[in-house]
Design a protein around this ligand. Structure first.
Ligand code: SDX
Length: 426
């Protein structure tokens, strides 16, 4: 219900626009009255537009605060397992012991994929980018779960969420194995979620006694949590818009993967490592920074539409980076280079004036590289983790009546004109 009202005066007429308060963050002004006045609101890039109401994630960009169902991200990352966070995103609270055991068992039961799905991989070149494979193969899941999937049925929606969260690690690992020409590894359900993923990524059929490093497993799980959800970002908004047409949820998630791939979004983690490779050494940082300031290039892994202060995920990621490199005895010069970049950027007026701080993608690549994950798989890891966020927003949308998303536009094209025969055209 509207708490109070704003008045819009246009063409000498006043329109009362209801203002609705949330539990946290800015209130919203409902703009439907603009239609009556014969106007649209205009907000390229949705800088100040809330197309939905949500209870899942709250971000305070000024304070650098990120809450999932009210729980601060640093507390979740340092204390919860990713699947507990996924449960909270979907159901609203962290699971109690019984709910946790039940959810974990359901996930375990659905980590496998239909054997026919293997054939989809063979259509890709060996050097295909794994994100291209993931868009294709996750979209293909809609062919395996369509006829008897009724999105208006809550039980069907619940099992879809379980299937997607359970299968993404399997499909992600398959996209990696395919690129290496190694056999796919079947999921092992005696491993936990992160262990299972690392097993499917790095084990071969000969590794009968495969063991993971606890530090790496914990770091992998923490990275999943740090990428789980992030309010109405571009890929989540894509999933919601696709879902608003009633589309197959597997196809909606594939649309989210496609949107995430862009270097301005989830593709930035891969771009950070490419940038660090290009810079090469700390000596080259000043010259690179001049290219950034002249807008030849962007400082990848820096800046954020919402965070105008530090990204709390980047802080946890940096701590994890130190832990992993220390535990593995790795002295990665890229970390030193990244820290030099961060130091310079945090002191340089160009970045300070634009509120450019490291975001979630700045340090993640260094950890993933230390774990042995190739750069091309970084965004796949992001997509794997974000699936719990995407599907929780899809579930939230379907949990109440919703309208198809249908934005309008500011039209600046040709005014009305009649058809001209080709012989009369200039
Ligand atoms: C993610 O939305 C989410 O929540 C996304 C995400 C999630 O979890 O879902 O957090 C994940 O996508 C993180 C962001 C990863 N992307 C990058 O690291 C790529 C580099 N960052 C930029 O492309 C940029 O910062 C964006 C896209 C992230 C945000 O862009 P905005 O909000 O549209 O800001 P802008 O482009 O209008 O920039 C404002 C100013 C501009 O300078 P002026 O033209 O006004 O002088 O800041 C400059 C920009 O040129 N700027 C940068 C910069 N980012 C912005 N300059 C250099 N390097 C950068 N990285």
């Amino acid at each position: 219900m509207a708490d109070n009202q704003a008045t819009l005066t246009v063409d000498g007429k006043d329109y009362q626009l209801p203002i609705t308060e949330g539990t946290l963050g800015p209130s919203v002004i409902e703009v439907a009255a603009f239609q009556k006045a014969g106007y649209w609101t205009y907000d390229p890039g949705f800088m100040a537009t809330a197309p939905v109401e949500s209870k899942i994630t709250f971000i305070d960009g000024g304070k650098g605060e990120l809450l999932h169902r009210g729980y601060p991200i640093d507390q979740l990352a340092n204390n919860a397992e990713y699947l507990e966070v996924a449960y909270a995103l979907i159901h609203g609270d962290l699971p109690n012991a019984e709910q946790k055991a039940d959810f974990y068992e359901k996930i375990r039961q659905h980590t496998g994929v239909h054997d026919q799905l293997r054939k989809f991989f063979e259509g890709f070149r060996r050097d295909a980018h794994p994100m291209a494979i993931m868009v294709g193969v996750v979209g293909a899941l809609s062919a395996f779960y369509h006829e008897n999937l009724d999105v208006s049925n809550e039980e069907h929606r619940e099992i879809t969420a379980i299937r997607l969260i359970a299968k993404m690690p399997t499909l992600a690992a398959m996209s990696y194995k395919y690129s290496k020409g190694e056999p796919f590894m079947y999921p092992r359900n005696d491993f936990n979620y992160a262990e299972n993923f690392l097993y499917m990524m790095f084990a071969t059929p000969a590794d009968v006694d495969y063991k993971t490093n606890d530090v790496i497993t914990r770091a992998m799980d923490k990275i999943f949590t740090l990428h789980a959800d992030h309010e109405q970002n571009a890929s989540t908004s894509t999933v919601r818009l696709a879902g608003s047409t009633g589309a197959n949820p597997y196809a909606c998630i594939a649309a989210g993967i496609a949107a995430l791939w862009g270097p301005s979004h989830g593709g930035a983690n891969e771009a950070v490592l490419e940038m660090l490779d290009e810079i090469g050494s700390v000596e080259n940082v000043p010259e690179f920074m001049e290219k950034v300031k002249s807008r030849e290039v962007k400082l990848m892994g820096f800046g954020h539409r919402v965070y105008k202060n530090f990204d709390p995920r980047a802080q946890v990621m940096k701590e994890t980076c130190d832990e992993v490199l220390d535990a593995l005895g790795i002295n990665d010069p890229k970390l030193e280079l990244a820290m030099a970049l961060e130091k310079i950027a945090l002191e340089d007026p160009f970045f300070v004036e634009r509120n450019l701080y490291p975001n979630v993608d700045f340090y993640s690549g260094i950890i993933l590289k230390a774990i042995g994950i190739p750069t091309s798989m970084f965004t796949v890891i992001f997509a794997l983790a974000r699936t719990s966020g995407w599907i929780s927003h899809w579930l939230e949308m379907h949990s109440a009546p919703f309208k198809i998303g249908r934005p309008r536009q500011l039209y600046t094209g040709e005014t009305h004109r009649d058809f001209v025969k080709v012989e009369d055209r200039k």
